[in-house]
Each structure stands twice: as structure tokens, then as C-alpha cells.
Design a binder for this molecule. Structure first.
Ligand code: ADP
Ligand code: MG
Length: 916
């Protein structure tokens, strides 16, 4: 059937076609259907791009240069050299392909950590299942904030509006209902919804018609698999860096080529190969894949710390974050609500017990109460029970926790009702619900309308105190509904202030009964939530998360400002914020109402100091984020609801809640917290800083071998050939594409260095390659490497009789001399890898060999060197020869003074507090 038919068919016939009913499928039916239709997944075919990536790693500028050089070498009669160059090139290509592949795999697997759920009727009961298990014929609910899991036909709906822009590109919201209508365009059926779209508001029930790749979205995905990845600023900078260094390398190469031909009078082919050595020495070939892999590894580390980053770019931005704008409830606190106090005009009550279990009592002056004697309390509990969409399922076993289907706030009310001993089932039967005015964070209220047996109707409302008082004109006082006075209000506000001062959240309750028999669909906020009768307050605790104190301390030490942006009241917000060390007593609290009247300049002024935002609507977060950005801040902002999406998109790092967040928020975000925990944001920022530092570390490492590699050629040229090449082209290739590779990779996985969170955030415009880093690479590390390798070379010649005789230029002794130079560089690089591990911390403090990636890299380096020196075939290719024990001893000593020298420098840096 096509869409037209599916939209027009009678529902009963659809049920029959899918062997379903208005009660949905049975578990057994769903299981057998799942075998037929397959899991509800949009699969990605990316075989092609794999192959492309493979060829790409063999066609970089440097790879092409090496291919060509190999050809030239062969034509010039140096076929062994040609083959060797190609071999090195292939190995290098495979290695970078593997790096890219590993990086991709690491990031791909992350999204599996974030399941999406569907709410379906199975065996006649509403159940939450993994959305991949949804099958055609399932009846499922569609809810504001969530994405639609399958192509489906609407069975019933309540002010349902969907955002189909993912499918149609149109950003206008579309109303959906069970009635058939057809507009213009392919997807314009009013009673069909499509997978991949999201529900903007309202709710409904639908029957799944198609799942997985059979959905419209799946069909489109099949056609347009290759979504283009945007290059991050980091990648752009690395590209620029590679290009600049390549230009320098090629210029030097040309210069050396000309000098070799005209000055030293070398044959052209030999001069070319010689110049090639210089070019290869200076091009940072492994840079891009190594960076990609280290970013991907950072992303995996973040995931282990409960922060899922959707895109590698964000890793970098995280490291630059200067402000975190965060929610309170659930992010800073545990979202574990327990009602502790109830206030009515008659009395005040304490509630004992904790958590989502029934053990506890409602007490008045330390004595248990009898509900029948407290009409106002009874009324409050009635409202709390009925004006409530949450179900608490008791723990099934001792190890289990009670399960909440709904929100923690409402769950605490369910538990309060249980503690009061009221019979919920009876209550629901006596007062059936006929309509609901759902909670929204702008109005901060929720109401339900019920049909009483005496023919009257009842509106039950709960919400934030100020927002409930605003629609109240009477109060329930000892069984009498009378006008509310200013004195009453003062009394209520005083009670509320007491609770809020203790960091408790409060909820107010009100009701009204009226005679009416009109269609419940005509009830709206404007005609219902007015002239209410105030009943009382319930105050609930929501303890701060235990890890929050340390996370806030860390963020502050790292120069990151934290701004609480909450829908909760000023007093509660401030009380919690000061308690957890977020702000001091003198912090300013700005309410949403004040914020809406502020000019941009006033807002910026306020943002410069300590500040908390309370009673703000999610939409106002956008305004706060924008103002912060215009002040030059890099902003991370949290959110969970549909209305948070604009702020999440606007923020440099949008952070969505993985547990309580809506699909819309998760879609809009750059990072998702699988535990909703503020501390995870700080952990991710720390990783973001670390990975940037790591990239600089291996940049330093791969750059510092350039000078030692270049010195032999310079000496050769300047001496007009009197000093023979102490390092052959193949040996340069060996260092650059062989021995340096794994230790460099290991530096990319270097762990957190003490102090990364004791510095202010990195300047967003600062370049990766700083003057300091260049100085360190060339004038410090590079200098020592050059001295050592050159010394090793002259030492070898000295043992052969130099300076009494000329420097050796061929034969076994020459090979031994070049081998000493090569080995000198390799052993120096061993020290360099260990030195580069930290910027200022002593490497002894973190344990010299504590990064096993590097240790393994060093072993590999030595192994490779041994192979080159002792395998006859390789000896010929690489112009190497065996060394004796004295020479080995000398080499083995090199790393020790090098590490100590660097330790001295780091100690000086620490002492004088200069940045590295
Ligand atoms: P936050 O998550 O920042 O604490 P919310 O926007 O979730 O703030 O809630 C704002 C206020 O709305 C709460 O302080 C509470 O008084 C009220 N509220 C929250 N949930 C409900 C609900 N389900 N029904 C009625 N009122 C609610
Ligand atoms: Mg909230």
C-alpha cells in the first residue's frame, strides 16, 4: 500500500492487515514480526568510503612525492633504494589508514551507548522498549520532545504538532490528528507521521506501518549515505600547518638540490634523492591521522566518564570553554525528591522517610496524624495524587531500585499519598480524569479536570508557588472556602521562605469545582486556571550530588565560570548554589521576569559578576548564551526539554541530559551526559584540555627530530662534500616514518597532567604551533639531538683514525659511522619521548615508564633499529652495519643526561612559573 491508501484505509482494516488491534500486539506476535521485518534501524552503507579512505592514505602529497622518488631512483640505477622508498611508503600509508579507521570505529561505537526508547502497548499494557525492537503493527505513543520511531498512522491525538523538517526541510510545525486530510507535497497526510521527525507538542497514539530501512527516512538515508563532515578549526589549522611546513620543506629541498648539483657537483639523480631526504625530514607526515586518532581516543575516554561527544570538533571546543550555564535539578542535584514538609492553613506537617519507598509517616508536632481530621491536608493529597502522571513501581528485589515512569517531582507526591494511607484506586474511580492541561516550564503549572459523581467538575492544579498564587483568589481554611487575604499570603510566603532557605523545592496546590457539562476539549489554561482556591504547599528535598563539590572546585580553579540557570525559585536556587560552593552570599539573583526587562548592556554587566538565574523559562537561556558569547565567552549550556533546543544549538557546546532529556534536546546538543551529572561536563572539559596539550606534545616530538636529520646534509653541503653524508636518505625515512611513529602515538594518549585544570582556559585564537613550542623543538630538543648524533658520527670516525685520516666515505666503516648517527638520533628520541610527556611536571613524579604506549613504542623503536642493523638484506637497503659493545654502551647512556637536563629545565619553569 502506498501512503495515500494507508492514510485512507479504515483503522479496523489496518488493524486486521497488521494482525493488530486497538490493544496493540502481544509479545509473541511482536517477536515473530520482528523476525520478518528486522530491527528498526537505519543502517549505514559505507563500504565505498572505506575504499576511498584507503586510497587517500596513499595519495597524500608526501606519498606521491615518495612514489615519484622511487621511480626516479629505479631509473637512475638505484633500484634497491627505489624499492625501499616504496616499501616505507606502503607501510606508512597502511599505518595512517589504520589510524583513521581506528578513530572512526571508536567514535561510531559511541552512539550505541545511547539507546532510544519507544513506548508501546504490548499485551495490552504500556511498556518502554528499545526503539530498535518496534515492529509494524505496534501501537505506540508519541510524546512532545521525542522523535517518532516509525512511519505510523495516528489513532488518537491531543493537540499533536510535529516538526518534519528532517524529512521535508520545512521548518513550520505540522498539526496531526486521526482525521484524514491531504495537503500539498509528498508527506502532507494529516494522519500519518514519519520516522525521524520529532514531536514538538501534544501527544497521541499511533500504529506503526513501517520500520527501519522501509520507512521514508530509511529510503532517503539509503540514497544519501555520505553526509559530509565539516572540518573543525583544529583540522583547518593542522592542514594549514602541514601546508606551510611542506612549502618550507620543498623550498629547502630545491635549495639543497641546486647546491648539491652545482656546488658539490653530484649527479642529478643522486642530488634529487638527497634533496628528498630534506623534504621528508621536514614534512610532518603522520600529523593528521595521529591527531584524528588522539581526538577519537579522547572521545572514548570522555564516554567512559559519561560524556558522549557527537563530533570530534567538540573535543577541541570543550578545552576552550570559559563558562558553563547549567540547570539545577538533576544536574547539580540528584533528582531524588522527597517531600519533607507540608503546609496548610490548618497546620504544618513533617514527613519522615526518604526516597521512593513508602516507609515514613506524615506527622504533626511529632505525632502521626489521622487524615480524616485534616480536611485541607486530605484535599492537598487528593490533588497531589490525581493531578499526577507518574507511576512508581516498587523495587522487585532487595538489590533493585524503585522504578519511576514519569518525573521525580511527581513521584515524590505519589509516595506522599502512599504515606498518608489514602486509597489511590478508589480516588481515581471516584474522580475520573476528563482532561489535562500539561505542565510547561513557562507557566510552571499543571492542571487536570475531573468528573465528580454529583455532576460537578473539579479543576486540580499544582505548580510553582508564585505561579499558582497568581491564579488564586480564595483559600481553604478549616473546611471553609473564603477570600484570600494579604495576611494569608504573607503567611504562605513566610513558610515558603523557610523551606527555600533550607534549599527545599516547593510546590503549591489549588483547586476549584464548578458546574458545567461542555465538551472537555473546550477547556484551556485561560478559562480553567483562574479563581482557584489555595490549599497548601509541599516542600521537597533534592540533595546535591556528592561529586558536585569537587567538580565545582575544579572548574573554578580552571578559570571556568559556572552560572546556574533554573526554573526553580530564587530562594531555593540561591540556597543550593551557596551550599555547593557555586557562588558566595553576595551573588546576584536575576529572575526570568527581571531578565526579560533587561537591556543587553545591563545583562552583560550582570553577567560579569557572580550571578544566578531563577524562575527563567528555557527560551531565556538563549538570551543568556548569546550575551555571554558577545562578551567573548565560549559557552557550554545544558538543557533537557524541547524549549531548550535553541539555546543548546546556540551554545558552543550544547549539553543534553541523556536520562531525562528529550530526543529534541539530544538532537540539538553537541554532547550528551549519560548520567545527567554536572561533574561529567567538568571531566569532559578536562579531557578536552588534555588532548590539546597532547597534540602539542607529539607535535613537539615529531618536530624535534627535524634538525638532527637536517644537520648531516648541511654539513655535507657546507663542506663541499668533504664531510660525507652522515645520515642517508633511507635512514631519514626510517626515523620519520618508522621509529618516531609509535612513541608519537603514545604521546597522544598521555594521561592528565597535573595542572591542566589549574590554568585559565586556552585562548581560542591561540595557535597550536606557538613560538615557545618551535623554540623548544628546534633550539632546545633539536639542538641537543643534533649535537649528540653528530658527536656519535665523529666518535665512530675517531675510532677509525680521524682526524689523522680523512672521514670515511664508503665501505663497512662508513656504514658503521652512519649507523652511529642514526642510532644516536633514535636514542636521543627515546629521551625526547619521555621528556615530552609532561610540560612542566617532573616526569619522575608521574613515573618515567607509566605510559605503556610509549614504553611499547620505545621497544618497537629499538627492535626496528636492531633489524636494520643486523638483517643483511636490510643492511644493504639502509646502508647500515653492526655495532660493537662499546658503541652500544655509549648509545645506551645517551637518554640519561638528556632526561636530567630536561628535568632541570622543567624545575626552572616550575620555579619561575612561566608557561611551558
Ligand atoms: P528546574 O528543573 O530548573 O528546577 P523546572 O523548569 O523543571 O525547574 O520547574 C520549575 C518549577 O515548576 C519547579 O520549581 C516546580 O515548582 C514546578 N514544577 C515542576 N514540575 C512540575 C509538575 N510536574 N507539575 C507542576 N509543577 C511543576
Ligand atoms: Mg528542568
Amino acid at each position: 500500500m502506498d501512503d495515500e491508501q494507508l492514510a485512507r484505509t479504515e483503522l479496523d482494516e489496518l488493524y486486521r492487515k497488521f494482525s493488530s488491534s486497538s490493544q496493540g500486539l502481544s509479545t509473541a506476535q511482536a517477536a515473530s514480526q520482528l523476525k520478518l521485518s528486522g530491527p528498526n534501524i537505519i543502517s549505514k552503507a559505507r563500504g565505498e568510503s572505506q575504499l576511498k579512505a584507503f586510497f587517500k592514505s596513499f595519495s597524500s602529497m608526501m606519498a606521491v612525492l615518495l612514489w615519484v622518488s622511487g621511480v626516479i631512483a629505479i631509473f637512475a640505477g638505484m633500484s634497491e633504494l627505489g624499492v625501499a622508498i616504496w616499501t616505507v611508503n606502503v607501510i606508512n600509508g597502511l599505518f595512517s589508514f589504520w589510524q583513521e579507521f581506528a578513530a572512526k570505529k571508536a567514535t561510531d561505537s559511541l552512539m550505541k551507548l545511547l539507546p532510544t526508547y519507544a513506548h508501546v502497548y504490548r499485551d495490552g499494557k504500556l511498556q518502554q522498549i528499545d526503539a530498535t525492537q518496534l515492529v509494524p503493527g505496534d501501537i505506540f505513543s508519541v510524546q512532545a520532545g521525542n522523535s517518532v520511531s516509525a512511519d505510523a498512522r495516528i489513532i488518537e491525538s491531543d493537540e499533536l504538532e510535529v516538526d518534519e523538517s528532517a524529512l521535508t526541510g520545512e521548518s513550520l510545525l505540522v498539526s496531526k490528528s486521526s482525521a484524514f486530510a491531504k495537503g500539498a507535497g509528498k508527506f502532507a497526510y494529516s494522519n500519518l507521521v514519519y520516522a525521524g521527525t520529532t514531536v514538538a507538542s501534544g501527544s497521541g497514539l499511533a500504529i506503526a506501518l513501517a520500520t527501519g530501512m522501509k520507512t521514508e527516512f530509511g529510503q532517503i538515508a539509503r540514497l544519501t549515505q555520505s553526509t559530509k563532515q565539516v572540518d573543525s578549526p583544529l583540522h583547518l589549522e593542522l592542514n594549514r600547518l602541514t601546508r606551510q611546513l611542506s612549502i618550507i620543506a620543498v623550498s629547502i629541498g630545491i635549495l639543497f638540490f641546486l647546491a648539491a648539483v652545482f656546488f658539490v657537483k653530484n649527479p642529478i639523480a643522486k642530488s634529487f634523492i638527497f634533496a628528498l631526504g630534506m623534504i621528508v625530514a621536514f614534512i610532518p607526515e603522520g600529523l593528521l591521522p595521529t591527531v584524528t586518532l588522539s581526538l577519537a581516543q579522547a572521545v572514548q575516554r570522555m564516554a567512559r566518564k559519561n560524556a558522549l561527544v557527537k563530533n570530534l570538533n567538540s573535543v577541541e571546543t570543550l578545552g576552550e570553554t570559559t563558562v558553563i550555564a547549567t540547570d539545577k535539578t538533576g544536574t547539580l542535584t540528584q533528582n531524588q525528591m522527597t517531600i519533607n514538609h507540608v503546609w496548610t492553613k490548618e497546620s504544618e506537617y513533617e514527613v519522615t522517610g526518604e526516597g521512593y519507598v513508602k516507609n515514613g509517616q506524615i506527622r504533626e508536632k511529632n505525632k502521626p496524624i489521622h487524615l480524616g481530621r485534616h480536611p485541607a491536608l486530605k484535599q492537598l493529597i487528593t490533588i497531589a495524587s490525581l493531578d499526577n502522571d507518574t507511576e512508581v513501581q516498587p523495587a522487585k528485589s532487595l538489590k533493585d531500585r524503585p522504578k519511576i515512569i514519569g518525573t521525580p517531582t511527581e513521584a515524590s507526591l505519589v509516595i506522599l499519598a502512599q504515606k498518608s494511607g489514602i486509597d489511590l484506586a478508589d480516588l481515581k474511580q471516584a474522580l475520573p480524569r476528563i482532561h489535562e492541561l500539561t505542565f510547561d516550564s513557562r507557566r510552571q503549572r499543571m492542571s487536570t479536570i475531573h468528573q465528580a459523581s454529583d455532576g460537578k467538575r473539579l479543576i486540580l492544579t499544582k505548580g510553582a508557588l508564585d505561579f499558582v498564587l497568581a491564579v488564586t483568589d480564595r483559600i481553604l481554611d478549616h473546611g471553609v472556602e473564603r477570600a484570600i487575604t494579604d495576611d494569608d499570603k504573607t503567611e504562605i510566603l513566610a513558610a515558603n521562605r523557610r523551606y527555600a532557605g533550607d534549599g527545599l523545592r516547593s510546590l503549591a496546590f489549588a483547586y476549584r469545582s464548578f458546574e458545567d457539562d461542555s465538551d472537555p476539549k473546550t477547556y484551556h489554561v485561560s478559562n480553567c486556571e483562574q479563581h482557584l482556591i489555595f490549599v497548601g504547599l509541599a516542600a521537597m528535598s533534592d540533595p546535591p550530588r556528592p561529586e558536585i563539590y569537587e567538580a565545582i572546585r575544579k572548574a573554578h580553579a580552571a578559570g571556568i565560570k559556572i552560572i546556574m540557570v533554573t526554573g526553580d525559585s530564587e530562594l531555593t536556587a540561591k540556597s543550593i548554589a551557596t551550599r555547593i560552593g557555586l557562588v558566595s552570599e553576595s551573588a546576584r539573583v536575576v529572575t526570568g521576569a527581571e531578565l526579560s526587562k533587561m537591556t543587553t548592556d545591563q545583562l552583560k554587566d550582570a553577567l560579569a559578576g557572580e550571578i544566578i538565574f531563577a524562575r527563567v523559562a528555557p527560551e531565556q537561556k538563549y538570551q543568556i548564551v548569546t550575551a555571554l558569547q558577545s562578551m567573548g565567552h565560549i559557552v557550554a549550556s545544558t538543557g533537557d526539554g524541547v524549549n531548550d533546543a535553541p539555546a543548546l544549538k546556540k551554545a558552543n557546546i550544547g549539553v543534553a541530559m541523556g536520562v531525562t532529556g528529550t530526543d529534541v534536546a539530544k538532537d540539538a546538543a553537541d554532547m550528551i551526559l549519560t548520567d545527567d551529572n554536572f561533574a561529567s561536563i567538568v571531566a569532559a572539559i578536562e579531557e578536552g584540555r588534555v588532548v590539546y596539550a597532547d597534540i602539542q606534545k607529539f607535535l613537539l616530538y615529531i618536530l624535534n627530530s627535524n634538525l638532527p636529520e637536517a644537520v648531516p646534509s648541511v654539513l655535507f653541503l657546507l663542506s663541499g662534500g668533504t664531510i660525507p653524508l652522515s645520515l642517508t636518505v633511507m635512514q631519514i625515512l626510517t626515523v620519520d616514518l618508522g621509529t618516531d611513529m609509535l612513541p608519537a602515538l603514545g604521546l597522544g594518549a598521555e594521561k592528565i597532567e597535573a595542572g591542566v585544570m589549574d590554568q585559565p582556559p586556552r585562548d581560542r585564537h591561540a595557535h597550536l604551533l606557538t613560538k615557545n613550542l618551535l623554540l623548544k623543538a628546534f633550539a632546545w630538543y633539536g639542538l641537543w639531538g643534533s649535537i649528540i648524533s653528530t658527536a656519535a658520527y665523529f666518535f665512530a670516525n675517531w675510532t677509525f683514525g680521524w682526524p689523522g685520516q680523512a672521514l670515511v666515505s664508503s665501505g663497512g666503516d662508513y656504514r658503521k659511522a652512519t649507523t652511529m648517527t642514526l642510532a644516536g638520533i633514535v636514542f636521543f628520541q627515546i629521551a625526547a619521548a619521555l621528556n615530552a610527556r609532561t610540560q612542566r611536571t617532573s616526569v619522575f613524579k608521574i613515573g618515567v615508564f607509566s605510559n605503556y604506549h610509549i614504553d611499547f613504542g620505545i621497544l618497537f623503536e629499538i627492535l626496528l633499529l636492531l633489524l636494520l642493523m643486523y638483517v643483511p638484506f636490510l643492511q644493504n637497503l639502509f646502508q647500515t652495519g653492526p655495532l660493537n659493545s662499546n658503541e652500544w654502551l655509549l648509545l645506551a647512556c645517551i637518554p640519561v643526561p638528556m632526561v636530567l637536563l630536561e628535568e632541570a629545565r622543567k624545575a626552572l619553569v616550575r620555579k619561575y612559573r612561566h608557561a611551558s
